[in-house]
Design a protein. Structure first.
Length: 154
């Protein structure tokens, strides 16, 4: 249990650190949240699921979009992490980034459109592209590095 909590804490801390280091591109209607590459980690270790949720929640405290982003954005990340785990285990780890890409593009865009008075479709496309880069591109690269290069068994 202690190992699980430590792993979750490390994932959460890494999520916060990456979000804040890349803060200028981590928030808003046009974003590439580099920390979303970590959404592939539930495929490797289930402890990443609560880590991503807590990390996202704490990172969103700083984002400036208030309770919508803090609670709803974090909840979307939690659901995406759960689906990443399921897709990665049942279908293919290389398809697991689809859940954060799709859920964030559709869900986060809904409240950001409202909060920023920006057309919903514009934000959907913008976040879809940002998530495809971070969760899809960087996430798959991270998975490959961990599993193939570090030879960690999944």
């Amino acid at each position: 249990m202690i190992r699980y909590i430590v792993k979750a804490g490390l994932v959460g801390a890494l999520y916060i650190a990456l979000t804040l280091v890349f803060a200028p591109i981590s928030y808003g209607p046009i974003q590439i949240r580099v920390s979303e590459m970590l959404t592939i980690l539930p495929v490797i270790d289930i402890a990443a699921i609560p880590g991503l949720f807590i990390g996202c929640m704490l990172a969103n405290l700083i984002g400036g979009y208030g309770p919508w982003d803090i609670f709803l954005g974090s909840f979307i990340t939690l659901i995406a992490a759960l689906f990443s785990y399921l897709i990665g285990k049942k279908i293919s780890p290389y398809l697991s980034p689809l859940s954060p890409i799709i859920l964030n593009a559709l869900g986060v865009s809904a409240y950001l459109s409202f909060l920023t008075n920006t057309p919903y479709l514009f934000i959907v496309i913008s976040i879809f592209i940002g998530e495809a880069i971070s969760a899809g591109g960087l996430g798959i690269l991270l998975y490959w590095l961990i599993v193939k290069r570090l030879k960690i068994k999944v």
